[in-house]
Ligand binder design. Structure first.
Ligand code: NDP
Length: 315
């Protein structure tokens, strides 16, 4: 197959607050950026409810609305925003070359990686079998379907607690499946869970599989796995929610960009610079620590400024 080749000073990969903000800044710096939105235009925030902690929105704003506004703002300054995915990047070539899913190759002087992170799954075959039939990794997206029903949330961190509390307002009963004998979440989230009358935390408990005829009807559990008291039992549920953390989306980089031990892109202190010249990272893909909309937007700004300065230094 022959590939068309396009050229840009700045290729931005990803379309959450980091990618769009990078596009706003890069456009205004006359870099004429091309932005590939990926499979979830707008990113993770399009699957949340209202964003209440982004400065400037005293009444909150929906994630989708904010992303649409950021997108429009980037487009107004000339960013070339495209629906589609970058499949791989050759960072050894100069200019670098990105392969897109529509068969176009893009030669880029700089690349800003803002591909975010995706929800992790346990890896059970039943998670795939019941996908969209009772298994979800987003309570705020799918919680509505479980009104007055019984659900389980897997995980013991802040996300799991947040999702369990959210679901407790809709569902009749929420079980949290926590593999350790404590919740690792912050105190305020733990307190919210513990004071919710319809949440029950099952400690030292893991899911082994799901069952049901036309959707999830229950979960096979093991308690105290690997001990003398190991116990297997089934718990009837209608919905199974994963909240066990996120994995940064870096597979398409082919191992060239340096990652930390958790899989996040490493950046030089106070910058968005990766180990590769001309490659910058912004947002959740490079942020094991804050992972907020506002910090992602800020890091997108930094990445665009870093890309601009890099280009000036090469001119
Ligand atoms: P965390 O990594 O903090 O927690 C993941 C949870 O999932 C842990 O309880 C972990 O168990 C459990 N887990 C992981 N893998 C498995 C598995 N295979 N089987 C069973 N359980 C598993 O992720 P979060 O998404 O909760 O949070 C990420 C970051 O975002 C944190 O820094 C958090 O504080 C922050 N955050 C803050 C919020 C807020 O302040 N409102 C809201 C949401 C997130 P174990 O403890 O045994 O490792």
């Amino acid at each position: 197959m022959t590939h068309d080749m396009e050229k840009t000073k700045c290729l931005i990969i990803g379309s959450g607050p980091a990618g769009y903000t990078a596009a706003i800044y890069a456009s205004r710096a006359n870099l004429a950026p091309i932005l590939y939105e990926g499979l979830t235009p707008g990113g993770q925030l399009t699957t949340t409810t209202d964003i209440e902690n982004f400065p400037g929105y005293p009444d909150g704003i929906s994630g989708s609305e904010m992303m649409e506004d950021l997108r429009k703002q980037a487009a107004r300054f000339g960013a070339d925003i495209r629906t589609g995915e970058i499949l791989s990047v050759d960072t050894d070539a100069r200019p670098m070359v990105a392969k897109t899913d529509d068969g176009t190759d893009i030669a880029a002087d700089t690349i800003i990686i803002a591909t975010g992170a995706s929800a992790k799954y346990l890896g059970l075959a039943d998670e795939t079998k019941y996908a969209g039939m009772g298994v979800s990794a987003c309570a705020t997206c799918d919680g509505f379907f479980y009104r007055k029903k019984v659900v389980a949330v897997v995980g013991g961190g802040d996300t799991a607690c947040e999702e369990a509390v959210y679901l407790s307002h809709l569902a009749q009963k929420v079980y949290m499946l926590v593999r350790k004998d404590y919740l690792r979440a912050s105190n305020i989230m733990k307190e919210r869970v513990m004071s919710s009358p319809n949440i029950t935390v099952l400690f030292e408990t893991q899911a082994e599989g799901l069952y049901g005829e036309n959707g999830v009807e229950g979960v096979h559990l093991v308690k105290k796995r690997g001990t003398q008291q190991e116990e297997h039992y089934d718990l009837p549920i209608d919905g199974f929610f994963l909240a066990i953390g996120h994995k940064p989306n870096t597979d398409f980089l082919g191992g060239k960009v340096e990652l930390d031990e958790q899989g996040y892109i490493k950046t030089a202190p106070y910058t968005s610079e990766t180990n590769l010249p001309g490659v910058f990272a912004a947002g959740d893909v490079a942020d094991p620590r804050y992972r907020q909309a506002i910090t992602a937007a800020a890091s997108g700004c930094r990445a665009a400024i870093d890309a601009e300065r890099y280009l000036l230094s090469k001119a």
